[in-house]
Structure formats: structure tokens, C-alpha cells
Design a protein around this ligand. Structure first.
Ligand code: ADP
Length: 190
């Protein structure tokens, strides 16, 4: 049973690493960003509600996100473990996750924080925008997403340090992809 939270700024490599480890460990990769983008592409009500926030690089309202996670964690494949990518993203979401897990007698095994300098993140996101055409990977939105990360999401590190310091592991995300994977696996094993 492995339950992991991948934490880090936009462009840190959470999605890439989560896909890799999800395949290796046989547990689902749950990305709130991917779920929201699917909803936008399919034009569902959720997608329509989320789109303007995502295009601006703002956080989508907590009640929408928490509903998504609650449904997803209740599915059968998530009973064997999971990797959360992009959630929680603020203290209210982290508190809600703790409540949800406590209610089903579950816990989380590791919070893995990927650390990458802002300048590197900007370059990575701009090149992803050019390659994949993600509409939020333009300079203005990228800068806003980084600001939201520093103001709203990074205080979660203190939240986890206060609640359970041994959960948290920092990994250098500014090294070749395979090296990051190795470092993550070491952090998970310890
Ligand atoms: P990145 O981490 O590169 O910014 P994501 O794919 O994780 O990209 O998220 C894209 C967008 O989806 C965010 O900018 C935000 O608008 C929305 N989003 C994803 N997860 C959350 C969340 N937990 N809470 C609020 N909004 C979210």
C-alpha cells in the first residue's frame, strides 16, 4: 500500500514522475490538472466552471476540487494506493484531505516535495506551451501560477512540518529525469 502526495511548483515534473512511479508501483496517478483539462475538453459542467480560473492561472474553487478528489479516492482502483499530483494546493484542501483519510482509516505515506528554481520552471513551461499547446503555458499565466504557488501552496510545507514532519521529503527536481526518479524512490523507501 503506497499513498503519496507529489508537491511542487508548476513545471517541477510532478506529472512526469508520477506517471513513471504509478506504472512501477501499480497505483493510480490522480492529477487534478488532468481531470480538469479532460472536463474542459469534454465541455462538462465542471469544465465550464473551471475553465476561466485555469486560463488565468488561478486556483479553481475548493468545493469543486474537493468533490473531484472525494469521488476519485472512492473508486476501486484507489483502494490499493495512489499518487496525488496537484492536490492539495492550499491549507484548506490539505485539512479536508486529512479529514477524508481519517474518515476511512487511511493515512498518507509520504509528501514528496520537488524543488526547482523559478527561472528553470519558466523556461520549462514556456517550452511545454510551445510543444503541447497548453493554453495556460503562456508567460503571463505562468508568472501568476508561480506567484500562487509561492503565496498559497508553499505554506503547505509548514502545515505538513507541523502535523507530521516525518512525512515530508525534499527532492532536487533540477537534475536529469532518471536521477529525479531514483531520488524519489529512495525518499519513498526511507
Ligand atoms: P501546474 O501544476 O503545471 O500549474 P496543473 O495541471 O496541476 O498544472 O493545474 C492546472 C490548473 O488547474 C491550475 O492552474 C488550477 O487552475 C487548476 N487546479 C489544479 N489542481 C487544483 C487544485 N488542487 N486546486 C485548485 N485549482 C487546481
Amino acid at each position: 500500500m503506497t499513498r503519496l502526495i507529489f508537491f511542487g511548483p508548476p513545471g517541477a515534473g510532478k506529472g512526469t514522475q508520477a506517471k513513471q512511479l504509478s506504472a512501477e508501483y501499480g497505483i493510480p496517478h490522480i492529477s487534478t490538472g488532468d481531470i480538469l483539462r479532460d472536463a474542459v475538453n469534454q465541455g462538462t459542467e465542471l469544465g465550464q466552471q473551471a475553465k476561466s480560473f485555469m486560463d488565468r492561472g488561478a486556483l479553481v474553487p475548493d468545493d469543486l476540487i474537493i468533490g473531484i478528489i472525494k469521488d476519485r479516492l472512492a473508486q476501486s482502483d484507489a483502494q490499493q494506493g495512489w499518487i496525488l499530483d496537484g492536490f492539495p494546493r492550499n491549507v484548506a484542501q490539505a485539512e479536508k484531505l486529512n479529514e477524508m483519510l481519517a474518515a476511512t482509516g487511511q493515512g498518507c505515506d509520504r509528501v514528496l516535495s520537488l524543488v526547482v528554481p523559478d527561472e528553470v520552471l519558466k523556461t520549462r513551461l514556456l517550452s511545454r506551451g510551445a510543444q503541447e499547446g497548453r493554453s495556460d503555458d503562456n508567460l503571463a499565466t505562468i508568472e501568476h501560477r508561480l506567484a500562487v504557488f509561492h503565496q498559497t501552496t508553499s505554506p503547505l510545507l509548514d502545515f505538513y512540518k507541523t502535523h507530521n514532519a516525518s512525512l515530508l521529503a525534499e527532492v532536487d527536481g533540477h537534475q536529469p529525469m532518471d536521477q529525479v526518479t531514483i531520488a524519489l524512490k529512495q525518499a519513498i523507501a526511507h
